[in-house]
Each structure stands twice: as C-alpha cells, then as structure tokens.
Design a protein around this ligand. Structure first.
Ligand SMILES: Cc1cc2nc3c(=O)[nH]c(=O)nc-3n(C[C@H](O)[C@H](O)[C@H](O)COP(=O)(O)OP(=O)(O)OC[C@H]3O[C@@H](n4cnc5c(N)ncnc54)[C@H](O)[C@@H]3O)c2cc1C
Length: 386
C-alpha cells in the first residue's frame, strides 16, 4: 500500500506553491507585528479558486476531494504562508452542503464558490462551557418567522472577515432533553444584515489570529436560516469535524515541514567550532526525530483523507491525524528553535513567529486531551470519562 500523488495533484501543489511565492516572509512578519489580516493573500486564494475546492461543480466549485484540499493547505504552510486566516472558507460550507435545504444550497454555495460571500466564522465555543459544547448557554427561541438569539461566544475567529457565520445555539434547554447532545441547533447568521446587532470584543492572542468574544442580545435571525432540523445541530457540527481535523492536520504538517526545511538548511550553513553545527549528532537527532514523526503523522492524515473521499467516516484516523500532526510539528518547532540558538528568538528569522503559531493546534480547534478521550471511549471502548 503506497500513497502517491497523481500528476494532477502535483500540478495543484505546484500552482499553490507558485501563488505563495508572491507572499514572502516579510509580508507575514509585518502582518504579525500589526496583528493585521492577510487580505491580499486570502483574496488571491479565493480569486484562483483554491478555497472553493470542496464545493461540488454543480454549485460552481472545483469539486475536488479531501486529498486535494489537504494538499493545498499543507503546501500553503510549507511555503511559509498561513492557511489559518482562510481555511474555514474551505470547509465550513460543508454543513450547508450536507444538511442545508435545496434553497439554502442554491442561495449560498455558488456565491461562496465565487468568493462573493465569505463563510469563515463559526461560533461554538462559549466561556462557561469550554470543551463541553453541550453546555453552551446561547439560546435561540422561535418567534413566528424568526429566532431570537441571546447569549455569547468566545474565540469566534475571522468574524470581521466573514459575511456569514455558522452559530450553534440551544433551542431546547439542557434540563429538558433526554440526551445532552439533543436540543442544539445550527443557524446561518447573515452578518451583512446583523453585524451591527452583535457586540464584538477582539481578543489579542500570542499569534496573529483574528478572534473575538461576541455578545448577542435579542439578535433576530430569520427562521429560514435554521440549517436542517431544529434540535439536531450538534450532530451536524460533529459531521463536519472529520473534514476540519484532516485539514487542520494538513496545515499543521505544512508548518512542521517548514521547520525541518528551515532547520536543515541552517545547520548545514552555520559554522561554530570550525564546522557546520549540523555535523553534531546532538543537533541532527532532534531534527531527524521530528521529521520521522511528521512522516508518520502525514501517513495517518492521507489514510484519513482517502477514507473521507471514499465516503467513509474516518473518525479515528482524522482525530489521530490531528493529534499526531500537532505533536510532530511541536517537536519540529522545538528542534528548529534549538538549532537556531539565539537567532531562533530574532524576529527576522521567522522561527519565533512560526513557533508561537505551532502551539495552537495542541489546543484548537479541539484540545488533544479531548482527542485522546474520543479515542479512549469511542475507539478503544474504555469507560466514559465525562
Ligand atoms: C486562537 C483561537 C482560535 C479559536 N477559534 C475558534 C472559532 O473560530 N470558533 C470556536 O467555536 N472556537 C474557537 N476556538 C476555541 C477552541 O476550540 C477552544 O479554545 C478549545 O476547544 C478548548 O476550549 P477551552 O479553551 O474552553 O478550554 P477548556 O475546555 O477550559 O479546557 C482547558 C484544558 O482542560 C482540559 N480538559 C477539559 N476537560 C477535560 C477532560 N474532561 N479531560 C481531560 N482534559 C480536559 C483541556 O484539554 C484543556 O487542556 C479558538 C481558540 C483559540 C485559542
């Protein structure tokens, strides 16, 4: 069994790498300092159709698979760019595609495919509930042709660069449902109409990541913007998680390979004690170890992506890919920091910026403890821990 990219997939990789070459390290360095959004880069990705790769051709997308989407994101990050400001535009639409009505699909998917509409904000996490999404307190109450939404979200990313936001809210109180995962619903909030009704507090984080706390007070959302059936929202969100895990893993792997590329070049050139530092096994081994971990994580990621494209539900593979990729990249990030010595801390070498960014996937979009908990309970059938 061997995973090998087809000539068409290699062409995609080369085209994305060529696009990324227009956005050199200085571009990302300046954005990082200003905590600014990479407008030009994301516009370019949209213009060239890469973010519409998973939208079927009948809705104007490229109709490509998860393998190609994974390759696109890996290539972006391996090139030194960042997929995070744009990746949600690729997969958040999956909830509409899988569970939306024919009218919702016809109304939104072609416009998303053309890049006229951005759907890259999704509000699930809340301050009190944390990782336990069934405990969210945001409520949506039906009032004729409307739902009235009250509550709030935290860490809602890319809110300022989205036209639409996918929102999870309780339509039946926690105490009134038989299963805690029931009674939650997903809404498509049209921010072009309701942005002014939402109070936004940007959260400054250790990386350049546009993320926010949101407050809803009697936010009115048309009932026709409910996705699928009322009360089934948690399951719709779960349905999208395999795609999210595979794509995040791919992006993270891209970062890992970037660290390896950067570190191997540096240790071959940097001369101390009269010879390249890379001649020392103490310098080589952590880099080699991290590379081996990345390759193993990458195989798990391909396994997950191929299974996804075959119509399976690769819950274990997708979660394991995210877990292993985040750990392997964190190992690569630390190996690169060690290899660069003091220069690892210097802004102009870019390692410190990527190092900060490499910490996030251990925690988000789902923390690795929760992934291990999923594998323990659902795959290995050990007793439920929560
Ligand atoms: C930069 C950034 C961007 C984000 N973007 C979005 C977004 O766009 N939309 C969105 O909805 N969310 C977003 N998030 C939120 C992210 O998904 C959560 O931070 C993450 O799921 C963890 O939730 P929490 O921060 O509340 O941690 P908590 O749930 O409070 O967990 C804290 C720690 O306790 C551990 N823990 C908790 N319960 C258990 C348990 N039962 N067993 C073992 N360990 C446990 C966790 O693993 C973690 O290490 C973002 C977060 C960040 C930092």
């Amino acid at each position: 069994m061997k995973f090998a990219l087809t000539p068409e997939q290699l062409r995609i990789r080369d085209a994305v790498a060529k696009l990324c070459a227009n956005y050199p390290p200085e571009y990302w360095r300046e954005l990082d300092e200003a905590r600014a959004y990479p407008e030009a880069f994301v516009d370019h990705l949209i213009r060239d159709g890469w973010l519409a790769c998973l939208i079927p051709e009948e809705y104007g997308g490229a109709g490509l698979g998860m393998v190609e989407a994974a390759l696109i994101l890996e290539t972006i990050n391996r090139s030194g760019c960042s997929g995070a400001p744009a990746h949600a535009q690729m997969y958040t639409m999956g909830t509409i595609l899988r569970h939306g009505s024919p009218e919702q699909k016809a109304r939104y998917l072609p416009a998303i495919a053309r890049g006229e509409l951005r759907l890259q904000a999704f509000g699930i996490t809340e301050p009190e509930a944390g990782s336990d999404s069934t405990r969210i307190r945001t409520t949506a109450v039906r009032d004729g042709d409307w739902y009235i939404i009250n509550g709030g979200k935290i860490f809602t990313s890319r809110f300022q660069h989205s036209d639409l936001m996918l929102l999870l809210a309780r339509t039946t109180p926690y105490e009134a449902v038989q299963r805690k995962t029931d009674g939650l619903s997903v809404f498509l909030v049209d921010l072009r109409e309701s942005r002014d009704q939402i109070e936004v507090q940007p959260i400054r984080t250790m990386i350049n990541h546009e993320t926010n706390q949101l407050f809803f007070r009697d936010l009115r959302v048309p009932a026709e913007n409910l996705i699928g059936e009322e009360g089934r929202g948690f399951y719709y969100i779960l349905d999208g998680m395999n795609a999210e895990r595979i794509l995040v893993a791919s992006e993270v792997l891209g970062d890992g390979y970037w660290f390896i590329d950067k570190a191997t070049r540096y240790v071959s050139e940097r001369v101390v004690f009269g010879r390249p530092i890379g001649m020392n096994q103490g310098v080589q081994f952590p880099i080699a170890q991290a590379y081996a971990q990345l390759e193993a994580a990458s195989l798990m990621r391909w396994q997950a992506a191929y299974a996804f494209d075959a119509g399976e539900r690769p819950g274990f593979e997708a979660n394991a890919a995210k877990l292993l990729a985040s750990q392997a990249t964190w190992a690569a990030a630390n190996a690169a920091m060690d290899a660069f010595g003091g220069y690892g801390y210097a802004r102009d070498y870019d390692v410190e910026r990527k190092f900060r960014e490499a910490r996030l996937p251990l925690v988000a979009p789902v923390s690795n403890n929760l992934v291990l908990s999923y594998i323990s309970q659902h795959v290995l059938k050990m007793p439920r821990s929560y």
